[in-house]
Design a protein around this ligand. Structure first.
Ligand code: FE
Ligand code: FE
Length: 312
């Protein structure tokens, strides 16, 4: 039996990978939009408010926003301290699959894209584009590898996640008050922790300057892969931070929760900010050739994952 044969995907409920991918794209679109809104324009720059003549496009965008908002309402109601303790316990209690990083990339690709070959960009292409953009900019090899693997935690969707809400979307701390810097903050009203006498206070179960390593972030693809990379790779702390915090928009883009940071976290925040544009903006680049790039990245993976077969 081949060593990669333990892949109990079929023991989990059937999942709609395409729906996850579409939602994930909508979430990215909203984050790109928010980033663009922040950039101040010069007085003489051409007006933009009336440039949107294509009403269908605008309609599509509005519908995307509705989908994203409904998604966040569910996520914000269900990501509680209790759920997070349970998710971490489930994670530690079993190995969901054993396969190499490259096999995981291919697996994610088939699981998410098999239902529709016309989706915007396949998972493997997004991962390669992120890594390639870093390579072109002369970024370190460990950072290129981080770009290559950063979304592999989405496999969680097929390995027993409760839904989309505990796989994708922006992340935030649980166990203390939900900050207004989180997208759609009013949707936390339905989260039982909002009424908890401790979890609803500014610092909750944490203390000022306790460090992000001691803060429990909402469970999803970032946190899942972070634990795998931390235990099974030799990637540096900056890489682990890029993986763990890449969806932590309230922190890296809205300056929320900075009072929880310790000395070390400031360097980590700088790393995450350096990573983020490659994730968000490389999607419009040329579609990379998987077969041409594969040998380079196989070697790169081996450099930082001492055991070829990774426990997922
Ligand atoms: Fe991601
Ligand atoms: Fe990504």
């Amino acid at each position: 039996m081949a060593p990669s044969a333990i892949e109990p995907v079929s023991t989990y409920p059937e999942r709609d990978g395409l729906a996850l991918e579409e939602l994930s794209d909508d979430i990215d679109a909203v984050n790109v939009l928010k980033a663009n809104m922040k950039k101040e324009k010069s007085m003489l720059e051409a007006s933009e408010f009336d440039a949107e003549k294509d009403k269908t496009k605008f309609r599509q965008y509005e519908e995307a926003c509705d989908r994203v908002k409904n998604f966040y309402r569910e996520q914000h109601e269900k990501q509680t301290v209790a759920y997070n303790l349970k998710a971490r316990n489930d994670f530690k209690s079993k190995t969901r699959a054993e396969m190499t990083i490259w096999e995981a990339m291919e697996k994610l690709n088939t699981l998410i894209d098999e239902s529709d070959p016309d989706t915007s960009l396949s998972q493997i292409e997004h991962l390669l584009q992120t890594a390639e953009a870093m390579k072109k900019d002369g970024k370190p090899r460990w950072m290129q590898l981080t770009g290559l693997i950063h979304d592999l935690g989405k496999l969680l969707f097929f390995y027993g996640a409760a839904g989309q809400w505990d796989v994708v979307g922006d992340t935030f701390p649980v166990g203390c008050a939900f900050d207004n810097g989180i997208i759609y903050p009013d949707t936390f009203k339905g989260n039982p922790d909002s009424n908890d006498p401790i979890y609803s206070t500014k610092f909750g179960i944490y203390s000022p300057g306790c460090g992000m390593d001691n803060v429990m972030l909402s469970w999803g693809h970032d946190e899942y892969l972070y634990h795998i990379a931390k235990d099974q790779s030799t990637l540096p702390p900056e890489a682990l931070a890029m993986i763990r915090y890449h969806s932590f928009y309230p922190w890296h883009s809205a300056s929320a929760y900075h009072e929880l940071m310790d000395e070390h976290d400031h360097a980590m925040l700088a790393a995450v900010k350096a990573f983020n544009p490659y994730d968000l903006y490389s999607k419009s680049d040329d579609v990379p050739s998987v077969e041409v790039l594969k040998p380079y990245y196989l070697e790169l993976i081996d450099e930082f994952f001492p055991n070829k077969v990774v426990k997922w």
